[in-house]
Design a protein around this ligand. Structure first.
Ligand SMILES: Nc1ncnc2c1ncn2[C@@H]1O[C@H](COP(=O)(O)OP(=O)(O)OP(=O)(O)O)[C@@H](O)[C@H]1O
Ligand code: SF4
Ligand SMILES: [Mg+2]
Length: 375
């Protein structure tokens, strides 16, 4: 497991903004609105959040598929260049694994052709057959020759997803971006695909950004998690910290609805977020249960919640963008002084629970991963 530092970040986004023009006079949509995000070498970062919060837009932009309106992206310390030649070279190093294997595989192409396609596009030197066999093996389709002449309809959903992953691996990328990699799979094969991604990190040192709205998946696979709300990352940190001690009310609400979460689920009120109309103050304030319940008022931050924007979080360190969380933590630090050390120790004891990686061993059932995240 790795900790990203600014020096070792393989992929980095700084002050990234992506705005889509409104159709027929509609206002512009600020789908990504000030994001810093680093992914270290060999690190798996999960990007989580509700539908429409901007995950796919951010992920596609990190791959050079959507040029940012603001900010910049760097890969291996170099700013991304958008010339077609530079992008073609970049797409070898950073590969997209799509959400729906049946949609991303051509039904008329054999497995061999599907995996070889990228090699041909990139005119990769070397023996094509060897490269395809290697990629299929790495993706767990063994012996690879048995799969060469099969068609997508002859494969299971899990095998199709492995073919898609093999197609990405054939180009020997340094990073993959997987957008909802198991969302369309049966629970029984989810664990296998997650285990595969973890094994690729171990064996190849591959970095990954895994986009998901499933916090359980994040728990099982990621080193770090970034929680996105309405175009911004509102909380980020090591996965155990964020998912066992969520600091942002939005993260708390997402976790509270998982099947085994303790206490009452927090049902988010208010309008679903709309990137054409981002509220002032904290962008979550109209739906925040901490503000609605008077807790923010008691902490003396209710006005700030409604009127004061929050700073954009850094790309690699743990952080939370919430007036209440910050005030609470500052008050706790002030109050506790020396006793904070004791509390830190008991908190650590409380989080000695480690991720149940046995769930994601090859062949394991991954269906109830979500239930482990609630605490
Ligand atoms: N090409 C586009 N033109 C206009 N608006 C867009 C475009 N692509 C995305 N959006 C808007 O940007 C916002 C973010 O969309 P995005 O697909 O990134 O969300 P997401 O977090 O990936 O959601 P999901 O979990 O449903 O996949 C949405 O409001 C969406 O309607
Ligand atoms: S800043 Fe205020 S409104 Fe926003 S999440 Fe925190 S408590 Fe809620
Ligand atoms: Mg998406």
């Amino acid at each position: 497991m790795s900790t990203t530092t600014r020096e070792q970040a393989l992929l980095g986004a700084r002050d990234l903004g992506i705005t889509f023009p409104g159709r027929r006079g509609a206002p512009r949509a600020r789908a990504v609105d000030g994001v810093n995000l680093d992914i270290g070498k060999g690190e798996i970062v999960a990007l989580v959040g509700e539908s429409g919060c901007g995950k796919t837009t951010l992920a596609r932009s990190l791959l050079g598929l959507i040029p940012p309106t603001e900010g910049r992206i760097t890969f291996a310390g170099e700013p991304l260049s958008y010339s077609s030649r530079a992008l073609r070279a970049y797409r070898k190093r950073a590969q997209l694994v799509l959400q729906d294997p049946s949609g991303s595989l051509n039904p008329r192409h054999t497995v061999y052709d599907a995996v070889a396609e990228g090699l041909r596009i990139h005119r990769t030197p070397g023996d094509e057959r060897t490269a395809v066999a290697r990629a299929l093996s790495l993706a767990g389709l063994r012996p690879p020759e048995r799969f060469f002449l099969r068609y997508p309809h002859e494969l299971s959903g899990g095998q199709r997803q492995r073919v898609v992953i093999a197609g990405a691996l054939a180009l020997e990328p340094e990073l993959i971006v997987a957008d909802e990699p198991v969302a369309s799979l049966d629970a029984s094969v989810r664990g296998e695909i997650l285990a595969l991604l973890l094994r690729l990190r171990e064996e190849l040192g591959l970095s990954a950004l895994v986009v998901t709205h499933d916090l359980g998946l994040a728990w099982n696979i990621a080193d770090r998690v970034a929680v996105m709300y309405l175009g911004r990352i509102v909380e980020a940190g090591p996965v155990e910290e964020v998912l066992t001690r969520p600091r942002h009310p939005y993260t708390q609400a997402l976790l509270s609805v998982l099947p085994e979460a303790p206490g009452e689920p927090v049902v988010l009120s208010g309008e679903p977020p709309d990137p054409t109309n981002i509220p002032g103050g904290c962008r979550f304030h109209a739906r925040c249960h901490i503000l609605a319940s008077g807790e923010a008022e008691r902490a003396g931050v209710a006005d700030a919640c409604r009127t004061k924007d929050l700073p954009v979080l850094g790309g690699h360190e743990a952080g939370v963008a919430c007036h209440w969380a910050t005030a609470r933590e500052e008050a706790a630090t002030g109050r506790e002084g020396d006793t904070s050390r004791e509390e830190g120790a008991s908190r650590d004891a409380g989080t000695s629970r480690t991720r149940d990686t046995s769930r994601t061993d090859d062949g394991a059932q991954g269906g109830d991963v979500a239930s482990t995240a609630g605490g």
